[in-house]
Design a protein around this ligand. Structure first.
Ligand code: NDP
Length: 480
């Protein structure tokens, strides 16, 4: 299966006719090829977006909203095909793609179809000076959207939907590791009546195709989700060109469990927040801190529950843990398990690669629980981004707060307690962009989404995203 670039509403081969193998991680085999696009392809995509911009930015909000709703509806209608494509490309359980990834991609379009009709700007009267100011919020022009492999269509559309809702035209690149649903999105956009050139999708490597988008002098804003190192690199390239930047980066999120929580709810959710999508969600709680009084009980119960998770081919209905996304990523995650002893830790559960019957060459790893002695070890400080969590006890609120914050990242945190005063104190003092209390991954798309510290710059979600994708201009009218 050869995937093509989607430029000016058409599916085209890369200009240099160079291709990259695309793997199915659950069986460890190549199943197709994708364009290895160069700067020339990005230029072609840019030109197409530039031509589409005058008409699209002047299209009524009602019409834009209708087209975005059409895209949302078509994604919903094609849920089965899209979910299968996602599971095959990424290795995630089909059940997860059906329940989370694809419905959310549809919601992203529907949400911004509605949000753009409610978006407004401010007015400021200069009292006594006889002047009125109002803020014009205009689309930026051609913008770049670059997304990672862990939630492929979910995160790709989370950027594209607000960008086009606000009247921009887009040059977008999905991860080269998971290109399939982005390719299918092109077909959906044509069917939904999106004018040609409003969205252009170029496939290829981050270091060439992605880099060409970031370096392009006339692509005025970059919305990027991916690793912290790549984000820092993108910031270095884009900052001297004064591009608008939204960076959603890595995490090393604390999951803080107090003895007064609803234990059963916490336990079930903690299994999910640790291992959903093979632990490959930037919001997974990878550092679990448990109050000393319930530590031994939690340790026993958690390990028991994790040992019951079924690792298997993503297409089997009872699979809980599918394949990791690539061989290279599997080796990276495993390299952390290999240093457990040296870092003073102890494996309580898992730790090994798994040969799944009938899919022996797939990239499977047991969900792994490691007991650590200190928050300072590499296992607690570096983002592993796989089915690996650490656990350790704490004795006081002050101690756990200090450990939770003692990390370079600041994306999300989870807090389990029924004490209201503690909830408020901790929520105010945790250095993360999101605090979940007695829940995890409960998302209301109107809320600001993003991280502090090395987890990023800026916020996505709701009107924050529409603000990012528009340029505010103050118009001052003197009337007296
Ligand atoms: P990467 O940073 O490797 O890649 C992200 C995207 O950037 C991919 O499309 C990649 O292309 C591209 N890219 C790589 N190099 C460049 C470059 N020089 N210029 C422009 N684009 C480039 O991240 P991963 O794909 O490995 O994703 C995992 C990371 O994403 C984790 O750190 C995770 O925490 C983070 N993440 C953050 C989220 C958040 O909301 N904060 C949500 C989800 C994930 P290619 O893949 O083709 O190399």
């Amino acid at each position: 299966m050869n995937i093509k670039n989607y430029i000016n509403g058409k599916f085209v081969n890369p200009i240099q006719n160079q291709w990259i193998d695309n793997y199915n991680p659950s069986v460890g085999e190549v199943y197709g090829q994708i364009p290895n696009s160069t700067q020339e392809d990005v230029e072609k995509a840019y030109q197409s977006a530039k031509e589409a911009f005058p008409a699209w930015s002047n299209t009524t909000l009602a019409e834009r909203s209708k087209i975005l709703s059409n895209i949302a509806r078509l994604i919903e209608q094609k849920l089965a095909i899209l979910a299968e494509a996602e599971a095959k490309d990424n290795g995630k359980p089909l059940s997860l793609a059906k329940a989370i990834d694809i419905p959310r991609a549809s919601s992203n379009f529907q949400f911004f179809a509605d949000a753009i009709t409610q978006f407004s700007s401010e007015a400021h009267e200069s009292v006594g000076l006889g002047a009125m100011n109002f803020t014009l919020r205009q689309p930026i022009g051609v913008v770049g959207c670059i997304s990672p492999w862990n939630l492929p269509l979910y995160l790709f559309t989370w950027k594209i939907a607000p960008a086009i809702a606000a009247g921009n035209c887009v040059v977008a690149k999905p991860s080269e590791v998971t290109p399939m649903t982005a390719y299918l999105l092109g077909e959906i956009c044509n069917e939904a009546g999106l004018p040609k050139g409003v969205l252009n999708i170029v496939h290829g490597l981050g270091t060439t195709t992605g880099q060409a988008i970031v370096e392009h002098p006339n692509i005025k804003a970059i919305s990027f989700t991916g690793g912290t190192k790549t984000g820092a690199h993108i910031a270095r390239v884009a900052a001297p060109m004064f591009k608008k930047l939204s960076l959603e980066l890595g995490g090393k999120n604390p999951n803080i469990i107090f003895a007064d929580c609803n234990y059963e709810d916490m336990l079930a959710t903690t299994v999910r927040s640790s291992f959903a999508n093979q632990g490959q969600i930037c919001l997974c709680g990878s550092r679990i801190f448990v109050e000393q009084s319930i530590y031994e009980k939690f340790k026993k119960d958690f390990v028991q529950k994790v040992s019951e998770l079924k690792i298997g081919n993503p297409f089997e209905v009872d699979t809980n843990i599918g394949a990791l996304v690539s061989k290279q990523h599997l080796e990276k995650v495993k390299s952390y398990i290999d240093i457990v002893e040296q870092e003073g830790g102890k494996i309580l559960q898992g730790g090994n690669k798994v040969e799944v019957k009938g899919s022996e060459k797939g990239y499977y790893l047991q969900p792994t629980v490691i007991e650590v002695k200190s928050n300072q070890c590499k296992l607690n400080q570096e983002e592993i981004f796989g089915p690996v969590v650490t656990i350790m006890p704490f004795t006081s609120e002050e101690e756990v707060l200090a450990m939770a914050n003692d990390v370079t990242y600041g994306l999300s945190s989870t807090l389990w307690t029924n004490n209201l005063q503690r909830t408020m104190r901790m929520s105010k003092n945790l250095h993360t962009g999101i605090v979940w209390v007695n829940t995890w991954l409960l998302r209301d798309l109107r809320t600001p989404f993003g991280g502090q510290k090395a987890s990023g710059v800026g916020r996505e979600g709701g009107f924050e995203a529409l603000r990012f994708f528009t340029e505010p201009k103050n118009v001052c009218i003197k009337y007296e």
